[in-house]
Design a protein around this ligand. Structure first.
Ligand code: PHE
Length: 443
């Protein structure tokens, strides 16, 4: 078996983790779910969830990864808790599930990239989404997205992942910020800010059964938690990293990018007279396409924008594929390129139904949010809080150079508060699925 790789630099790890976190989850899912579940009220619950639940949960994953230096399944055996391997397997399954339809959206992005180049959507930005979002050609673009993902993972972590994300992170912020400034000048956009930023707390009390599970799962999705991604990435870390600081930077940055995307999308939607929540999964694409069709140099801007979104989506997708690839490469005598290609093929096939039928797509998404994500994170929390316990605290203290870590506060938060909150999320999520598996509005 080949020697295990490590990150080239500390910043390489943070950038890659940010690269995993920042993706379609911020630019597409977050505005889409916020629009579906009432706007600002959703934002408030989401922000709370990211800080109070996502941050401690991310630390829990980092502790497992770095202490074991192993892939997400072997990690549990490596730590001496072989029986808990199923936690890793649930993470693998969740990652597989999500990546299957994530690559369909990745395909949409590639399509919009070409569409900007040729001006294909300029005549009918609203209708375009309907024609490209499902069907045979959608499958072709989904395959293309998967093939690029496989290509990067095949090169291994340092050459592929680390380099790709170094470009993506700064450019995405600059572009989104530029678009947000432009969106602020649009007539009629003001309503958008109100919808996104000014919460009516009675919305939360009325709709908490939907808002809470989706907002918490949105935090997991966006922070790449519950899929083994952060466990795998942190397994390539040395003992001199301060896990607390790293996770804080990642959560802060990821949240910032999501909010920035909202500041672009909501004024755009309102300026175009689209009722948020009605557009479904396509609203974000439709509003952006409309914007580029009106902007001076819209073609160029469209190409650059969707190009950056594509890089963001790829750097997330590779982190998901890396989870499974590293499991196989660590345990069996198969080469990285062969493993990545084989898995890519399976993932592609799993995603084909979502590419062909938007109702299947919506169902996959609903199951990920309502059941898989909260279940997977819950299991990690139980393991770290109650099984690993003091060992987890010990791991957390490494690399802190005596800076107080508030470790026991973290441990007790994980054991009780976070655990109960995620359990509640899971119960609400499963109830929601049982009542209405197609909870999200169709496109
Ligand atoms: N966090 C990524 C995003 O926001 C998606 C993702 C989910 C990546 C799960 C890895 C694991 O787009």
């Amino acid at each position: 078996m080949a020697e295990r790789e490590v990150w080239g630099t500390r910043i390489g790890f943070i950038l890659a983790a940010v690269g995993s976190a920042v993706g379609l989850g911020n630019i597409w899912q977050f505005p889409f779910k916020t629009a579906t579940f009432g706007g600002a009220a959703f934002l408030v619950v989401y922000l709370l969830a990211a800080v109070a639940i996502g941050l401690p949960a991310m630390l829990a994953e980092f502790v497992i990864g770095r202490r074991s230096n192993l892939n997400v399944v072997s990690a549990f055996r490596g730590l001496g808790y072989r029986k808990w391997r199923f936690v890793g397997i649930v993470g693998l399954v969740t990652g597989f599930w999500i990546l299957s339809y994530y690559s369909v959206v990745g395909g949409w992005v590639i399509r919009y990239l070409f569409g900007s180049l040729t001006g294909a959507y300029f005549g009918d930005p609203a209708g375009y989404f309907g024609t490209i979002s499902s069907g045979t050609i959608t499958v072709v673009f989904q395959a293309l997205f998967m093939a690029i993902t496989v290509g990067i993972v095949a090169f291994g972590i340092e050459d592929g992942i680390e380099k790709a994300t170094k470009v993506m992170v700064p450019s995405i912020v600059v572009l989104l910020a530029g678009l947000a400034v432009w969106a602020a000048t649009l007539p009629g956009g003001g309503e958008g800010y109100r919808f996104f930023l000014s919460p009516d707390l009675s919305d939360i009390t009325e709709n908490w059964r939907d808002i809470v599970p989706f907002a918490v799962s949105q935090a997991f999705f966006s922070l790449s938690l519950g899929m083994g991604a952060m466990i795998t990435y942190s397994s390539y870390l040395g003992a001199d990293d301060n896990l607390g600081q790293d996770s804080l930077s990642i959560v802060a940055f990821n949240t910032f990018v999501g909010v920035l995307a909202g500041l672009v999308v909501f004024p755009l939607l309102f300026a175009q007279g689209v009722e948020p929540g009605e557009g479904g999964a396509g609203a974000v694409f439709i509003s952006l396409a409309q914007a580029f069709s009106e902007l001076p140099a819209g073609r160029l801007l469209g190409v650059v924008f969707f190009g950056v979104v594509l890089i963001a989506a790829l750097s997330s997708a590779i982190s998901l594929l890396e989870v499974v690839t590293s499991y196989v490469v660590d345990n069996y005598d198969v080469s990285r390129p062969v493993t990545a290609s084989g898995l890519g093929l399976v993932l592609f096939l799993l995603g084909v139904p979502s590419a062909l039928d938007i109702a299947v797509f919506t169902w996959f998404d609903a199951v990920a949010y309502g059941a898989l994500l909260p279940l997977s994170v819950l299991l990690v929390l139980v393991f770290v809080g109650w099984v690993l316990a003091d060992e987890a605290l010990d791991e957390l203290r490494k690399g802190t150079n005596g800076i107080p870590t508030l470790g026991s506060v973290w441990l007790w938060t994980v054991r009780v508060v976070v655990l109960v909150a995620v359990l509640g999320t899971l119960v609400l999520g499963v109830q929601g699925l049982a009542e209405d598996p197609g909870l999200l509005p169709p496109v």
